[in-house]
Design a protein around this ligand. Structure first.
Ligand SMILES: C[S@@+](CC[C@H](N)C(=O)[O-])C[C@H]1O[C@@H](n2cnc3c(N)ncnc32)[C@H](O)[C@@H]1O
Length: 255
């Protein structure tokens, strides 16, 4: 299933001008803009430093305080995203293993789990925190995943896409490694006020829901349902975009 175990050399990413949907001035003002100012290679180094350093060491605690950890557990426990019947899971941007921890509880016994992350330091933290021999840990970039086409029937990608200059570059890779009919749980930072604040904290960008929906459509990725962690999440959009997506069987990658 895994083509290469080591982090692949990054492909040079040529930036194309992207028209972004209009955002409120205050959001534009607060949002971190580094991703648009430097090359992807430079930005990627910055992301590795952020997560590899003291801020990354606090990620698990921050997720607990922001309720991401308990609400993430509930998402799988209450089958808002149903793991029953899934055989091969890839968790992209595993961080401290916030999504993998509940997966180990609620996925069927025997399900294989691969944790991948850009930051080798985060992978080590996840391994220590998870205390399980089930997941494999692979250093990899979402823009260039070292896995064969259609290797997974389930992919989870929590708050990683916002670390790419364009959603399409990551979603295309996810669509490639997903088997037809496979499902994706996608969580990402939204272009709301709380999203702009998050982007400042974690040095990332934000996405517009409709823009993301259209990109998925072009890639043969069907939005099955939008998921809300809680009533507060729905009211204040505090947890960002959380959606279950299916790779349409027989869909070719159109863009
Ligand atoms: C905010 S944490 C998310 C952790 C976890 N998935 C969650 O839902 O809480 C983002 C993680 O994505 C990783 N990451 C950032 N850019 C990445 C990329 N291009 N490819 C793979 N992982 C990346 C970071 O190193 C970090 O561990």
């Amino acid at each position: 299933m895994i083509r290469k175990a080591l982090l692949p050399t990054p492909k040079k990413h040529k930036r194309e001008p992207v028209a972004r949907p209009k955002r409120k001035i205050i959001h534009r003002f607060v949002e971190n803009k580094l991703i648009g100012r430097v090359s992807y290679e430079q930005y990627r180094e910055k992301v590795r430093d952020v997560y590899g350093g003291p801020q990354g060491a606090l990620l698990a605690t921050a997720s607990l305080l922001s309720l991401h950890t308990p609400l993430g557990d509930r998402l799988f426990r209450e089958r808002k995203f149903d793991l029953r019947g899934v055989r091969h899971i890839l968790d992209i941007g595993s961080g401290a293993g916030q999504l993998v921890k509940p997966m180990l509880k609620y996925a069927d016994p025997g399900t294989s789990i691969v944790c991948c992350d850009l930051s080798p330091k985060m992978l080590r933290r996840a391994r220590t925190r998870l205390k399980s021999t089930v997941p494999q840990h692979v250093a990899a970039d979402l823009m260039n995943l070292p896995f064969a086409d259609g290797s997974f029937d389930c992919v989870t990608c929590g708050y990683v896409l916002e670390h790419l200059p364009e959603a399409k570059l990551g979603l295309r890779e996810i669509a490639r490694v997903l088997a037809p009919g496979g499902r994706l749980l996608l969580l990402t930072t939204e272009d709301s006020f709380s999203g702009a604040f998050t982007s400042r904290l974690w040095c990332c960008r934000t996405y517009n829901r409709r823009e993301l929906y259209r990109i998925c459509q072009d890639l043969g990725l069907k939005w099955c349902k939008e998921i809300w962690f809680s009533r507060m999440h729905q009211l204040f959009r505090a947890g960002g975009i959380c959606v279950e997506i299916e790779k349409l069987a027989g869909s070719g990658l159109r863009s």
